[in-house]
Design a protein around this ligand. Structure first.
Ligand code: GLU
Length: 552
């Protein structure tokens, strides 16, 4: 009985050969040096920020080399599948500025000639390659039951041996084709395993584009290639897909590094040229003194949805991720403050090998910078869109007072150092709510912040006088000179030295008077330029606020 008969018995419907597929997936016609990368998630629903991080690395590597970035869905573990996850992945990546050149475009649609791009639709292809391996004696049916596997594992663990199906434990590895066929005909359940040609004494070496030179002992495990449900394992499927789809660079999470001996062996056994590998370090965070992986369970910021809810503009998140992909990004950004981030060349060999440290404080700083450089109208559009979804009260106000809100977002925008007020949209309300009478008029006396050296009584005396002296329609310089004059009349001084020498000779400094006006107008001691905010609020409201302050 030949292996061919065994293969035909296992796969009676497979009539094609690997060569047919290899021919059907022609070489890509790309410029020299162009990289083909993929994002290959399992559609499990949860979008981890680490996934966006890894996708961004892959996307940049492909795009900056004039190559192709495609989306492949790895859904061979159908228990874990979640409906809508593909659409969600595509939308998320798009939202972070990444679009796929090829691959899935929706739950059931795709583009490109290297498909299908969903592994569950490629079962025939995997079976064709598996059948060929059986014929060549490089794969075999294994009839071990779940109980037998369990027993084997326990025995190995108790003897402190590496668990798994290898060497003497791979009891069906050397079954004759005849015996195997008999078992199959009798209806004995089985799976297919690789007949590993590995030798534990030898090492396999490779260069990882991020981690550098690495070596591992060769794989000796007879890994499963086709499961009982007829679908392939990740190991087997990805090797065939990456080969047929002409992936040049497998950029993926470092959790796969330890499986690399299996993967390179599969490529070798299948007769495929090995791709380049780039194992992307995990996104880490500081937990007290120590670094640990960003955890889905413990860290809300591990979920992509967190950034949307908090209101981080996608540009800020991308900008921040580039910062942790390459530490040289910060310097590049300083030298190129207005250049599109796509111009920054990502270098894999300059990535941190031990893990990118994710830090929300730093993200917020980067984001403040990004928002400060946005034109006011863009800030208005993005903020309004966020508020519509997450802050109904603010949405109502900013749309009702649209012109004023646009002016607020425009404060100190021009010039080389625009104000850096907000890192995320959820911070905006607290910083701007006093502009709106709807908020301001209900603030109570306890909420009023007074300048350090000014009592409520003094502040009221200042406002009572200032109310009479105040001219709305003047330029900033005249306005300030008038304020200064009044301050001096009230016994305050503009002369810092004189004040320092004999503080008891004055009520205070001019700045205390300006501070009292600021308080009456905003109830706060820290606001943007006073003249500007009074002009945004408008004369009528300014005068009303003076009166209200006197009645507090
Ligand atoms: N489907 C694998 C995962 O979700 C992809 C690994 C890879 O990119 O090759 O982890």
């Amino acid at each position: 009985m030949s292996l061919q008969q065994l293969a035909d018995l296992i796969f009676p419907d497979v009539t094609k050969t690997p060569a047919d597929y290899i021919e059907a997936y022609p070489n890509r016609n790309l410029p020299e040096g162009a990289k083909v990368t993929r994002y290959a998630p399992s559609p499990t629903g949860f979008q981890h920020i680490g996934g966006v991080f890894a996708a961004l690395v892959s996307e940049r590597i492909a795009k900056q080399s004039g190559g192709v970035f495609y989306l492949r869905i790895e859904d061979t573990d159908q228990k874990r599948e979640v409906e809508g996850a593909i659409d969600d992945t595509i939308a998320t990546m798009h939202n972070f500025g990444m679009d796929f050149d090829e691959g899935m475009t929706g739950e059931d649609t795709s583009k490109g000639i290297y498909g299908p791009y969903k592994q569950s639709e490629r079962a025939e292809i995997y079976k064709t390659f598996a059948k060929d391996l059986i014929v060549k004696g490089l794969a075999y049916p294994c009839f071990m039951t779940a109980e037998e596997l369990q027993e084997m594992r326990e025995k190995q663990i108790s003897e402190k041996l590496t668990p798994g199906c290898y060497g003497e434990y791979a009891i069906y590895r050397n079954l004759s084709a005849e015996e195997a066929m008999e078992k199959i005909k009798a209806g004995t359940p089985y799976i297919l395993r690789l007949k590993s040609p590995g030798n534990a004494e030898k090492r396999v070496e490779f260069t990882d584009l991020i981690k550098g030179e690495t070596s591992f002992p060769e794989n000796i495990q007879d890994v499963v290639i086709i499961k009982a449900d007829g679908l392939p394992t990740y190991h087997f499927a990805h090797a065939i897909d990456d080969h047929l789809m002409h992936t040049t660079t497998v950029a993926r999470g470092e959790e796969w590094l330890s499986s690399l001996p299996i993967h390179v062996q599969l490529f070798d056994v299948l007769g495929f040229e090995r791709p380049e590998y780039a194992h992307i370090p995990n996104v880490m965070k500081m937990d007290g003194e120590s670094k640990r992986k960003l955890s889905k369970r413990k860290d809300p910021e591990s979920a992509v949805s967190y950034y949307k809810e908090e209101g981080y503009p996608k540009d800020s998140v991308v900008e921040y991720l580039l910062n942790i992909i390459n530490s040289s990004y910060e310097e590049w950004r300083m030298e190129n403050p207005t250049v599109d981030y796509h111009e920054f060349p990502v270098a894999l060999d300059k990535m941190s090998k031990s893990g990118a440290l994710f830090d929300l404080v730093k993200l917020n700083d980067v984001s403040k910078d990004v928002i400060s450089k946005m034109p006011a109208d863009k800030v208005y559009e993005l903020y309004t869109a966020w508020a519509k979804e997450f802050d109904a009260e603010m949405y109502e106000l900013v749309t009702k007072h649209e012109a004023m809100t646009r002016e607020i977002f425009n404060i100190d925008k021009e010039g080389p150092k625009p104000r850096k007020d907000y890192g995320k949209w959820s911070e905006v309300k607290e910083k701007i709510c006093y502009f709106y009478d709807e908020f301001f008029s209900v603030e109570t006396a306890e909420m009023v912040e007074l300048p350090k050296n000014v009592s409520m009584e003094d502040a009221k005396a200042i406002i009572a006088a200032y109310k009479e002296a105040y001219n709305y329609d003047t330029d900033q310089e005249t306005w300030f000179n008038e304020l200064k004059e009044l301050a001096i009349t009230l016994g305050y001084t503009a002369d810092r030295k004189a004040y320092k020498k004999t503080p008891e000779a004055f009520k205070g400094m001019v700045s205390d008077v300006a501070g009292a006006v600021r308080t009456a107008i905003s109830h706060r001691t820290n606001t943007p330029d006073l003249y500007t905010i009074m002009h945004i609020i408008g004369e009528e409201a300014v005068r009303a606020r003076f009166d209200a302050f006197l009645n507090l």
